[in-house]
Design a protein. Structure first.
Length: 138
């Protein structure tokens, strides 16, 4: 929990800049992944510090306290990987490749549920939705 607290404090120092710029807090997410917080952030065999679900939830809460985007983004990644590790609904070769990319390259994954049509990770299609900054939505 001390590690999660420290990472949340780091994320908090960067959050105002990301809010102003509308940028993604990648350095805070990468810091969390690099520090190997408890939880299913790695495929079976390299599961971080092996935290229980309650510990993972508390660690995520500490990250989110520092920067909500970090808490939400990392939780979406962790939840998707944990679900696939349990359900194995993706083809085994695809899941193994994604897990390898998480470990070796620091990849982040998520499900693009708002996109039309099938959105499986193996498609690698770019998103069709584009965000546009307007004077009233920053």
């Amino acid at each position: 929990m001390a590690l999660a607290e420290r990472l949340g404090e780091f994320a908090a120092t960067r959050a105002p800049e990301h809010d102003r710029e509308g940028s993604f807090p990648m350095e805070s997410i990468r810091g969390a992944a690099g520090e190997r917080l408890p939880g299913p952030d790695r495929p079976p065999g390299v599961w971080g510090l092996g935290g229980r679900p309650a510990e993972l939830a508390l660690a995520q809460e500490r990250l989110a306290r520092g920067d909500g985007s970090v808490g939400l983004g990392s939780w979406m990644h962790l939840g998707l990987i944990a679900r696939q590790a349990t359900t194995r609904t993706w083809p085994a070769a695809i899941f193994e490749r994604i897990c390898r990319e998480i470990v070796e390259e620091g990849a982040l994954v998520n499900a693009a549920a708002s996109e039309p049509g099938p959105r499986e990770p193996q498609s690698r299609r770019p998103a069709s939705t584009t965000a546009v900054r307007t004077p009233t939505a920053g």
